[in-house]
Ligand binder design. Structure first.
Ligand code: NAD
Length: 357
């Protein structure tokens, strides 16, 4: 396994990967630090029952690289990092588990700053905060910015409107058929915005209780079957569950004009599926560009939290989406590539100011 770790790190450009384990609490963690040119690496902690350690490592490597690009394209002075914790959330989550993890995060002396992600909450961040100051997304009463999900959802919403403006000539989503995959923290907030704008909403989730939360709040939302959402006659697909849902099979089935959602790493293989979406005439808003609302909010927390400032920074995702679409068209490249180039250009320009890093 060791040689493949280094090969993978090299091919994706990682600086450091740290493995942590603690038998007493059952903690098995991988912290991947991709790039710290712009600042300390920041990215959430994901707790997931991976099929294998290799799958967990792949996720950590891909997600942390995405965080580098996300902060860079969003104009933040942060690098990219991510932690994955391996195991069943219901069996593991407790104060001792989070505090042990917090100690590991602290041992990196600020090179990695953590936050929430799938299966981790601001209450968990509170325990981590007891062991380290290198944690964000802590509750408001502790001076933090709380749950980043509403800001992520707001960013997805404004990015979706920008893509609609490009595609339909109007940013209005009224009457547009939007399929939201995943009714979790982000998906539900996104549905609130879409419902307010009178979009026709379809939602799917493997978790029945999350579906019920949506159904109780919005009677007009149609519950869709997980296996058939890609075949729906929709205008917009919003992936808000896990990554890699855009693959050769699903793209062939999609009938929508726009893909705009919160999930990280939506393209199973960016080199294959980025161009495939272009060929199909689907406008794809790059994941790390459109789902940056949460990290933008967190970055404001680091400087001293101000909600209005945060919202105004998140709104810049609208123009960034337009710029990305135009840049991709002008240079005849797919949208993910255009976003990666823009992010890398910023990293390179700052690195050039500081020789030696
Ligand atoms: P969450 O865990 O609250 O919600 C995810 C939802 O997706 C859950 O309800 C889960 O049951 C559902 N799901 C999982 N697999 C599914 C499938 N195959 N089909 C349908 N539903 C499925 O997570 P979240 O915080 O809402 O984040 C959603 C996505 O957005 C994740 O990929 C996350 O990494 C990404 N993201 C989140 C934030 C944030 O601020 N929370 C920021 C950036 C990116």
């Amino acid at each position: 396994m060791q040689s493949s770790v280094f090969t993978d790190m090299q091919s994706l450009g990682h600086e450091q990967v740290v493995f942590c384990q603690d038998p007493k609490t059952g903690l098995n963690a991988i912290i991947a630090i991709h790039n710290t040119t712009l600042g300390p690496s920041l990215g959430g902690t994901r707790l997931w029952n991976y099929n294998s350690h290799a799958d967990a490592l792949t996720d950590a490597l891909r997600l942390s690289r995405g965080m580098t690009y996300k902060s860079a394209i969003s104009g933040l002075n942060l690098g990219g990092g991510k932690a994955v914790l391996i195991g069943n959330a219901a069996d593991l989550k407790c104060e001792a588990y989070w505090r042990r993890y917090g100690k590991f995060v602290n041992s990196l002396n600020g090179k990695y700053i953590t936050a929430e992600d799938v299966n981790t909450s601001s209450a968990d961040m509170e325990y981590i905060r007891m062991e380290t100051r290198f944690v964000t997304g802590v509750p408001e009463f502790m001076g933090g910015s709380g749950d980043p999900s509403p800001f992520t959802a707001y960013g997805v919403y404004v990015g979706m409107k920008a893509a609609a403006k490009h595609t339909y000539g109007s940013e209005s989503l009224a009457g547009k058929k939007v399929v939201v995959q995943g009714a979790g923290n982000v998906g539900r907030h996104l549905i609130d915005h879409l419902a307010e704008e009178k979009a026709q909403i379809f939602v799917s989730d493997i978790n029945e209780s999350n579906i019920q939360k949506v159904a109780q709040k919005h009677s007009g939302v149609v519950i869709a079957d997980n296996s058939t959402i890609f075949d729906l006659d929709a205008d917009i697909y919003a992936p808000c569950a896990l990554g890699a849902t855009l693959n050769t099979d699903t793209i062939a089935r999609l009938k929508c004009a726009i893909v705009a959602g919160a999930a990280n790493n939506q393209l199973a293989d960016e080199n294959i599926h980025g161009p495939m979406l272009v060929e199909k005439g689907i406008v794809y808003v790059p994941d790390f560009l459109i789902n940056a609302g949460g990290i933008i909010n967190i970055s404001v927390e680091i400087d001293g939290y101000n909600k209005q400032r945060s919202l105004s920074l998140v709104e810049k995702i609208y123009q960034r989406t337009i710029d990305n679409i135009n840049h991709a068209k002008q240079h005849r490249i797919h949208n993910q590539m255009a976003a990666m180039q823009a992010a890398q250009a910023r990293i390179d320009s700052i690195a050039a100011l500081r020789p030696g890093i």
